[in-house]
Write a protein that binds this ligand. Structure first.
Ligand code: FES
Length: 85
């Protein structure tokens, strides 16, 4: 299965807007999912006012909550499971 590339902004604005909760949500995922994610911390994705921001497989997404991020990752995992069936 192709790994999911996830960058979470840890810049000051995103940090103040809750990016640490996004990290914690990813770290709390089941291990088999975490192993499929390449997780990186980045300094700024240039959308500071809309944070917290991530880049998921090349797409910048803004204003995320931990719940929304987990849903997005679940979608990616279920699509990957369908694709590999
Ligand atoms: S601090 Fe996160 S986009 Fe700038």
């Amino acid at each position: 299965m192709k790994k999911i590339e996830l960058e979470i902004c840890q810049g000051t604005s995103c940090h103040l807007l809750g990016s640490q909760e996004l990290f914690e949500a990813v770290l709390a995922l089941p291990e088999k999912w975490r192993e499929s994610i390449v997780l990186k911390r980045v300094d700024c994705l240039k959308s500071c006012r809309q944070g917290p921001n991530i880049r998921l497989d090349g797409e910048i997404l803004s204003g995320l909550t931990a719940e929304r991020l987990v849903l997005l990752l679940e979608e990616k995992f279920s699509l990957a499971a369908v694709g590999s069936a």
